[in-house]
Design a protein around this ligand. Sequence first.
Ligand SMILES: *Cc1c(COP(=O)(O)O)cnc(C)c1O
Length: 333
Amino acid sequence: MEYNHILRQSLGFFPTPLIELTRLSKELAGPKIFMKRDDNTGLALGGNKTRKLEFIIGDALAKGADTIMTAGAAQSNHCRQTAAAAASLGLECHLVLGGEEPEQVSGNLLLDKIFGCHIHWAGVNRKGEDIPQIVEQLTKAGKNVYVVPYGGSSELGALAFVEAFKELELQRESINETFTHIVFASSSGGTQAGLMLGNKIFNSPYQIVGINIDKGETDKVPFDQYTVALANSTAKLINTDYKFSESDLMLNSDYVGEGYGVVGKLENEAIEMMAQTEGILLDPVYTGRAMGGLIDMIRTGQIKKTDRVLFWHTGGAPALFAYSSDLDVTQKR
Ligand SMILES: *Cc1c(COP(=O)(O)O)cnc(C)c1O
């Protein structure tokens, strides 16, 4: 494994904390549950994209970019962290967001605006389909544009999660614990590809379980194929010859519900349970769904009391404010 030659731009605070969720375990009469707090990466309210952006923005700077462009949903955490990274380095930032400009600007979109981004509304094209034509215009105007891939899920983004895996392993050893599962929200594949590869490189026995949060109806390449291919190309990037096939990918699609960003009972219960047992905020789109999935897997015995689970908190809480009308906050536990 060799990647010291790959340039990085420091953007966050690492390592993020590793904590144990004793009150949640008790509430579920379940296994030991630990949490990796990437909601605390430190860049503009945090999240897993900060790790990816350290490598990706490092590459952008090495290539002399003066303008950063990326795409996502209106409440994209990836776009908000990209906006903050660009602002911190004096780079112009363009975001191509799905949907139309809403009447009320809140959550991540509010933050994008505070960071001074140029926002291009793309209607149904929430995965960056409109990027090439906007790049062409900006290039004609003399800008050196660097496009950050959707969700930061390129080889560089996945590499950040090989590094994150190493960070976790050092912390785990220092508290003398073991894990059986790593569970997290998976949507553009970089987190999962990186953790899968890290698991191989460090010869760890964990089940790397991505909870799929998106039905992916509009994906040109199916998500599972994309993620396996990304794990393989990332292995190549760092000169290892690990090779994954689709049977190596553990992607649980049981909890996609009504689709991306549609909040239901599962997410509501998980958000409130986490808040009211541990004082920790999840988000409505990603971590609420992934934790809802974990809770169900514990209740249905797919994860046993004797297991030891690490839930990777990937951030996202700023979106809570934009989903207030979809959240049922009337219930006390
Ligand atoms: C982007 C994101 C994810 C998914 O990570 P991928 O690497 O894109 O699969 C999970 N949780 C939150 C809060 C995110 O913003």
